[in-house]
Design a protein around this ligand. Structure first.
Ligand code: SAH
Length: 394
């Protein structure tokens, strides 16, 4: 079998002719592709298995296809993966990969192993437009949405690399869209990639093992419920609109009441489902007992669990992580009010792979974004930010 590096090189050569990349096509997408080229739709299942299960990218090795079809695919299509630029391993076993998605743009993905699970954290956009004040990805600005191929490629590459790691073979048990970007602002591509993660003939993950994290794009939470109901995590970070408006500027558009109503709808007909609320703890900003009480009241009648994330620092952030006793207090207030709460352990801190530290290499497209970021570096948390119009279509 080709090594991933070989595969990446050969596909890069083919890419010059700009053939169709079959990597990001869902079952329906592939069926349509085969219909258009006059082939029977059942070929779609065969292709999915070769590409995502066998992880074969060379059509000539797809032995249950006719010789003619293999030749035709080789001429017109490709299975193209982005290139891994670097690999960093943390002392705690966390692995961070830098993935090149264009000549001057890279995204990051992270594998976080623990005793029971292997969690892959993937990105959905190059950079991010949301400008949450405590997130390093925001400082990079926004470049573009990833294609469905570039999103599913992260699962493909990580599975392949981990399987080929003879020293430390690991299995991915969970996938979280908690890397760079706001997944619900790249809705169609993210849903296609999610379908490929869940599809039995592709990666075959159970729904509850795939989690999408959003800062709260309310209409798209409802749309996700209709289209592809994976586990939902919501980055809340504040118990009232006044504070959340500052930390997560998207809150001005979709305030807490509307956000929680959408969360309730998301799980209302599934008695076992819970929404995970992420809450990054920022010293002196949102970490008091009063904040915890307010948060508990807000979540009291929701099927919710809370993930407390101690702030992970980056240069000039203007924030600090609260001391351990403050974090423990916060958790106890929630637990005393019967809200299931865990404090997320910082993983991969020594390689900047922790939550909110992913940077990649992002060439921000709009000058506005760069100016805004420069401005923010001067006065952390003080700028009001508007999203590019194309990001706000609901
Ligand atoms: N845009 C999505 C996906 C990013 S997920 C979202 O907002 O949910 C990344 C998670 O890490 C979010 O909960 C985010 O708020 C959190 N995070 C961002 N910066 C962080 C930091 N510096 N320290 C700890 N957590 C952070």
């Amino acid at each position: 079998m080709d090594t991933p590096e070989d595969t990446i090189q050969t596909t890069a050569v083919r890419a010059e002719r700009e053939p169709v990349n079959l990597l990001g096509l869902t079952l329906t997408g592939l069926e349509e592709y085969f219909r258009v080229i006059g082939e029977r739709p059942f070929r779609a299942v065969q292709l999915l298995k070769w590409i995502h299960q066998q992880r074969i990218t060379d059509f000539s090795a797809m032995t249950n296809l006719s010789r003619e079809l293999r030749a035709r695919l080789a001429a017109e299509a490709v299975v193209r993966l982005p290139e891994i630029v670097s690999t960093q391993k943390s002392t705690d076993g966390t692995i961070k990969w830098l993935v090149r998605v264009a000549a001057d743009n890279c995204i990051e993905m992270v594998f976080i192993p623990d005793a029971r699970r292997g969690t892959l954290c993937i990105s959905s956009q190059v950079g991010c437009a949301l400008n949450c004040t405590f997130c390093f990805t925001a400082r990079q600005g926004f470049n573009r949405n990833l294609s469905s191929a570039e999103i599913i490629a992260q699962v493909w590459l990580a599975r392949t690399l981990l399987e080929n790691d003879s020293a430390d073979r690991r299995v991915i048990t969970n996938v979280v869209l908690m890397g760079m970007g706001e997944p619900l602002l790249n809705f169609e591509n993210v849903v296609d990639a999610l379908e490929l993660m869940l599809e039995d003939n592709a990666h075959g993950f159970a729904r509850r093992r795939v989690t999408l994290s959003t800062a709260g794009v309310v209409p798209k939470i409802d749309a996700l419920r209709q289209r592809c109901r994976v586990s939902l995590a919501v980055s809340l970070h504040a118990p009232n609109d006044r504070l959340r408006d500052q930390l997560v500027p998207l809150n001005k558009r979709y305030p807490i009441r509307e956000l929680l109503a959408a969360c309730r709808r998301y799980v209302e007909d599934d008695a076992r489902a819970k929404v995970t609320f992420e809450y990054v703890l920022l010293a002196g900003v949102n970490d008091s007992r009063q904040h915890a009480r307010e948060l508990a009241a807000l979540l009291a009648d929701l099927p919710a669990k809370v993930n407390l994330i101690p702030f992970n620092p980056f240069p000039n952030s203007g924030y600090q992580c609260p001391p351990a006793p403050v974090i423990d207090d916060f958790r106890e207030v929630l637990m005393a009010r019967r809200i299931m709460t865990i404090t997320r352990k910082t993983r991969g801190g020594d390689i900047d792979a922790a939550c909110g530290q992913l940077a990649g290499e992002v060439q921000a497209r709009s000058r506005r974004v760069r100016l805004r970021n420069a401005n923010r570096l001067a006065t952390p948390g003080r700028t009001t930010v508007t999203l590019p119009p194309e990001q706000l279509q609901s």
